[in-house]
Design a protein around this ligand. Structure first.
Ligand code: FCB
Length: 783
């Protein structure tokens, strides 16, 4: 094995899943799965059901040796059980023949989260019968396809299916019960055991399962894996490791339960569903363990924390975001986590063969003409392959690596906005275009490893030379300045396209002189964002000062101050700018970005722009708040909105609407003129006099929600009995209201850290994309 090569026979390929690419959800007798019912998105996905031949050809052209796909249970047994639907199985027949002709080895996954809705209606995974139906389904699929499939994976990521599907409810079927989540996890494991027995009895060559595994660590360990832990942190790490990893590894591979798990399950619905003999059934010998690795889990002990709904039993543990580079999902990029994980698996299960069945990243792809120069995805995969290779060299028995994923697709609850594909899909036309990462991966496969040296990326100089102009002219074109003639511009853009040049932060400006000063520009007022502003000032300052920068604080409160700030930046008196823009439309961000000096923003700007920003997922937070009310049985839910020109309010309203729509309900809205408590109270009085039968109110911010509580008291409505109330922000006062306010927590410190990190990346000339952090529901007495 050369210094960048992989062992002979190492298997290279890609993974996909049925629901995410197939489309054709009612073709040839297929009936809905839980994802058809749950998702608000168009279901045609990549129309792979009709375009599979083209997709196989693509894989062949890219040199793939292996293809992991999943079978849709709802195609094979539309009602979940009974007589198999031959027409549904025919599709996989055609697919396998095509793969066979292309010389690509199929790896079939039987369950990638798409339970037939008919089985959910009969109890879903919390019901033990589902495990038995799963084994029957596995046998039926094997009977029809077993002559062409050697390797079978029973389940994909049962943690996600059980705890996001039945615990937090952010995935289908959207139930929110800790007890049901634990029951589901056990029945999935049981289904795995029974299906493995059935497959072996039928003569399957190799049977395995796919788990999402993540090393669990504290923030300090992200940069130093060996860092010793306090007793409290060590306990937090062990507990989350038991929930995330060992809950599945130990029953499957050792026939036992991790000690930390049982008391947690006992407290959350009990262990009545675990029967004698189940563990023996689950612990069937495995030929191959599929490992999906994206990012580590970063936690620390924090006594006041409530359990996260996706992690019942996580009381007293804080899930942290860390100041490292992240993908567009907000997932920290920690390639070393993969070596760590593989080292541990090899140590704990030395005889087990492993395969990386998923690894990849969502980035915002820049499409230039016909090309997609996704340099970030290439770096991501390359760094993970280096980490993988290091583990293999130390003896980890990893037999192959499959990228997630072939095509941009339907990313579950996130819909079409996530881009994980090596191949770009235009969803209006279904046209496929390989991104640079696909072509780069083809070369990796060809040479069975990475190139010894990294290819040099084209620079500003290369483009200038090719176009026959100066660096300054290239920079002007890249920055969209109008002072360049159309012919020169066309010539530069041609060179940019031909060379696959991606302008980075450094090249966007021609700054050669470093000042080591950073401007922190505050616009006032930010609506109710005082705590956030304070945190940003504190964290951004200390982090950037730690990196040797000097901070200049500037106030952007008048037109004159805007002019002064722009002039200051244009004069290159600073290397970069952190801007806390006002909530409403304002052109300062755009004017600053045109100076060529790197700028980052706090909060999605009101005017769409290319300047990267840090924000929280307001829409998802509002959807979670609304889904929580729905899960409590509330059906007549009103919303107190703030002024609609505020981007945050728009996003929160969108999330609220989407959640109601999914439940077949319509919104009842009242607009508050501003974000004060008084406006919240006034809007509530209007809302309740228009629709007196409302049994819940979601308010766009906590201040408004406190106004809702006040109005409810005035009207003699009891909270939560008559009216459940949920806010957004988790301001300090939210925990001090009577009753305590259920709300959505905005991770203030994390936003500040992300902002500082984003600016540092830009100063280093790294490619950066905006960061959207998750917001999390905090349940108190008001709902
Ligand atoms: C994994 C899933 C896969 C895809 C990637 C991004 O958890 O198995 O379907 O959603 O994440």
């Amino acid at each position: 094995m050369s210094s960048a090569g992989f062992p002979e026979g190492f298997v290279w390929g890609v993974s996909t899943s049925a629901y995410q690419i197939e489309g054709a959800t009612s073709a040839d007798g297929r009936l809905p799965s839980i994802w058809d019912t749950f998702s608000a998105d168009r279901a045609e996905a990549c129309d792979h059901y009709h375009r599979y031949a083209e997709d196989v050809r693509l894989m062949k052209d890219l040199g793939m040796a292996a293809y992991r796909f999943s079978v849709s249970w709802a195609r094979v047994f539309p009602q979940g059980d009974g007589k198999p639907n031959a027409a549904g199985l025919d599709f996989y027949d055609r697919l396998l023949d095509e793969l066979g002709d292309a010389g690509i080895t199929p790896y079939a996954t039987l369950y990638h989260w798409d339970l037939p809705q008919a089985l959910e209606d009969r109890g879903g995974w919390p019901s033990r019968d589902t495990a038995r139906h799963f084994a029957d389904y596995a046998a039926a699929v094997h009977e029809r396809l077993g002559d062409r499939v050697d390797t079978w994976f029973t389940l994909n990521e049962p943690w996600v299916a059980a705890f996001l599907g039945y615990g937090s409810g952010s995935h289908a079927p959207g139930r929110t019960s800790a007890a049901e989540a634990f029951r589901s996890a056990h029945h999935m494991l049981l289904g795995h055991g029974l299906a493995t027995q059935a497959l072996r009895a039928a003569g399957a060559a190799r049977v395995g399962a796919v788990l999402n595994l993540s090393p669990v660590m504290t923030p300090a360990q992200v940069s130093d894996f060996d860092r010793p832990l306090s007793d409290e942190d060590a306990e937090a790490v062990r507990r989350i490791d038991a929930l995330a990893n060992r809950q599945f590894l130990e029953p499957m591979l050792r026939g036992s339960h991790p000690a930390e798990l049982l008391p947690i399950v006992e407290r959350n619905g009990g262990l009545g569903h675990v029967r004698d003999g189940d563990l023996q059934t689950i612990a069937q010998p495995l030929d191959l363990l599929g490992v999906n690795y994206y990012t580590p889990l970063v936690v620390q002990a924090q006594p006041s924390e409530l359990a996260d709904p996706a992690w019942p039993g996580s009381e007293g543990v804080l899930f942290c975001t860390v100041p490292t580079a992240v993908t567009a999902m907000g997932w920290p990029i920690v390639p070393g986590g993969l070596s760590l994980l593989l080292r541990r698996l090899s140590h704990d299960h030395p005889d087990l063969d492993l395969m990386i069945t998923e690894n990849g990243a969502d980035f915002v792809d820049v499409v230039t003409g016909d090309d997609i120069h996704d340099v970030e995805r290439i770096s991501f995969i390359e760094e993970h392959l280096r980490a993988l290779r290091a583990a293999v060299e130390e003896g980890a028995r990893v037999r192959g690596y499959l990228v997630w994923t072939l095509l941009d697709n339907l990313e579950w609850s996130d819909g079409y906005r996530r881009k994980f594909g090596l191949v770009h899909v235009d969803f209006a036309t279904q046209r496929r275009r390989p991104k640079d990462s696909a072509l780069w991966y083809r070369d990796v496969i060809r040479r069975n490893g990475l190139a010894e040296t990294r290819p040099r990326r084209p620079t500003l100089e290369t483009v200038a030379a090719r176009a026959g102009v100066s660096r300054a002219t290239v920079s002007r074109v890249v920055n969209g300045e109008s002072s360049v003639s159309p012919e020169v511009r066309a010539g530069v853009l041609r060179a940019v396209n031909e060379l696959g040049y991606v302008p980075n932060a450094a090249a966007r400006s021609l700054v050669t002189r470093r000042t080591n000063a950073i401007a922190l520009v505050l616009s006032v007022p930010r609506q109710g964002g005082d705590a956030l502003t304070a945190a940003v000032v504190q964290y951004v300052t200390s982090l950037l000062e730690g990196a040797g920068k000097q901070i200049t604080l500037m106030l952007a409160d008048t037109a004159e101050s805007h002019r002064r700030i722009v002039a200051h930046v244009e004069a290159r008196l600073v290397d970069g700018v952190v801007l806390l823009p006002p909530d409403r439309a304002d052109t300062l961000a755009e004017r600053l970005s045109r100076t060529g000096v790197p700028v980052v923003l706090l909060g999605k700007p009101a005017i769409a722009s290319l300047v990267p920003y840090v924000d929280v997922d307001n829409a998802a937070g509002a959807a979670a708040a609304t889904e929580h009310l729905l899960a409590l049985g509330r059906r007549r839910i009103g919303m107190v909105c703030g002024p609609m020109d505020l981007v945050t309010v728009q996003d929160r309203l969108a999330g609220h609407r989407a959640a109601l729509q999914k439940a077949g309900l319509t919104p009842h809205l009242a607009l508050a003129g501003d974000l004060t408590r008084a406006s919240g109270a006034a809007a509530t009085l209007r809302l309740l006099s228009d629709s007196p039968s409302l049994d819940a109110v979601f308010a766009a911010t906590d201040q408004l929600a406190i106004g809702v509580l006040r109005a409810a008291r005035e009207l003699g409505r009891r909270v939560p009995e008559d009216l459940a109330v949920v806010g957004f922000d988790d301001v300090d006062a939210a925990s001090a209201t009577t009753p305590g306010l259920t709300t959505v927590r905005v991770p203030v410190a994390d936003q500040a850290l992300a902002l500082a990190r984003l600016l540092l990346s830009r100063l280093e000339g790294r490619h950066t994309t905006s960061v959207v952090l998750p917001a999390r529901l905090v349940v108190r007495e008001s709902a």
